[in-house]
Write a protein of this length. Structure first.
Length: 417
């Protein structure tokens, strides 16, 4: 059943929850290639699109998925991490896969692995690798035509890069995951650009010059074709914020390439309707109430700056309080500095149940440098209670800093009167 299948998946090494650095022995595609061979190559049943970048991957994938759905092209979308249920990571035709399909897929994987000699696997399979295989098996079973895959970390050595996608999409690249990807923008861009393969079509968002130089070099090396997005002002996006116009423009360009280079029929009306879609949880998700709540998964300095820009555009009325929690590997000081330009009050919370969460004790002194009022909570639930007490029935609570924080808060907020 579904619960048993989740427990089985959780038995694999989950790099997303490690409190220490990922060991180099885990960063390779050998295990993923072996899984595909054992599963009789389910990835050959659909056309793959791979998306990498520092911010906007999920939203860009959502827009592209919506466009293809409006064009009546059966598509699947694989993204990470999830907010409330791991089923969110695998979508078919715009909807989460069912618990039945999820359990059936993992049961099939368990049968595959039970028939193989695990001794030939140098290192254990990871949670993300098994999840990636599950997505491919589900897409094959659902007879989808296009599979959209969001990179989990980096690109070059990420499990989804085993697809060697003929269409690679790069969202804005900036500093993040420096301990894994490198401490310069050029090194990070090189890891992201690793999703570009021989003679691929490559769509890229506007990039900083150091990143674009690396991308162009990789395109030349692979004899690929670059399709840069240069402007996004005229694009209408259903998701809120100036940054979402860029994500929408990148998805639109990807759709144009799918039609022009790969023969998919995507009418302009389908593009327009797809870009107008707005239900993508955790992306400036606004929940009306007294007070109002905005949930946003911004989790690095560049995405936090985009959030602040969107908040200024929203012209919110009344007092506002920031609810903040973050993982250990993020540049939380830069995140706080950016957020302090918009908020006077902050509530800091740990990420309950997540070993990667940064302790509030290390955040509070830095927060005190930038905010007029700083509060500490023992959990996201307590932070929510403090915010509601401080705001009474007026103003806005904005929660950000981590997918895991938003995942904890979302079910609580939905229950509010």
């Amino acid at each position: 059943n579904f619960l048993q299948s989740v427990n089985y998946l959780n038995s694999f090494v989950n790099l997303e929850r490690l409190t220490h650095g990922i060991q180099n022995r885990f960063l390779n595609l050998d295990r993923m290639r072996l899984l595909l061979e054992w599963a009789d190559h389910p990835e050959k049943s659909f056309f793959p699109v791979v998306i990498a970048g520092t911010k906007g991957k999920g939203s860009t994938g959502f827009f592209l998925e919506s466009i293809l759905s409006e064009a009546e092209i059966p598509c699947g979308f694989y993204s990470s991490p999830h907010l409330e249920t791991p089923r969110e990571r695998i979508r078919i035709r715009g909807s989460l896969i069912s618990e039945r399909r999820w359990a059936a897929g993992l049961s099939a994987i368990r049968r595959i692995l039970s028939k193989k000699r695990m001794a030939q696997v140098a290192e254990p399979f990871t949670y993300f690798e098994i999840m990636t295989l599950l997505a491919m098996l589900v897409f094959k079973d659902a007879k989808i035509r296009v599979g959209i895959f969001e990179v989990g970390l980096g690109g070059r050595l990420d499990a989804v890069n085993v697809l060697e996608a003929p269409l690679a999409v790069l969202t804005p690249i900036d500093m993040d995951h420096e301990d894994f990807l490198g401490h310069t923008l050029a090194k990070i861009a090189a890891e992201k650009a690793g999703i570009i393969h021989a003679r691929a079509e490559v769509v890229t968002a506007p990039q900083k010059s150091a990143a674009l130089k690396v991308i162009r070099a990789r395109v030349h090396q692979c004899r690929a074709t670059l399709h840069p997005v240069r402007a996004a002002r005229s694009v209408h996006a259903g998701l809120f914020g100036p940054h979402q116009k860029i994500n929408a423009a990148v998805a639109q360009k990807a759709a144009e390439v799918l039609q022009a280079r790969f023969g998919f029929k995507i009418p302009g009306s389908a593009v327009k309707r797809g870009l107008a879609k707005s239900h993508w949880p955790g992306r400036f998700e606004t929940i009306a109430g007294k007070p109002g709540v905005i949930l946003d998964c911004a989790h690095n300095p560049v995405s936090v700056r985009a959030l602040v820009s969107a908040l200024r555009s929203a012209k919110l009325k009344g007092p506002r309080i920031l609810l903040f929690g973050v993982t250990q590997d993020k540049n939380f000081k830069e995140m706080l500095r950016a957020l302090a330009g918009y908020f006077d009050e902050i509530i800091v919370t740990p990420l309950t149940g997540n070993p990667r969460g940064r302790e509030t004790g290390s955040i509070l002194p830095e927060a005190a440098r930038y905010f007029k009022a700083v509060y500490s909570a023992a959990s996201p639930a307590e932070a929510l209670a403090i915010a509601r007490h401080r705001l009474s029935r007026d103003g806005w609570l904005v929660a950000t800093g981590s997918f895991y924080l938003i995942g904890s808060l979302r079910p609580l907020v939905k229950k509010l009167p």
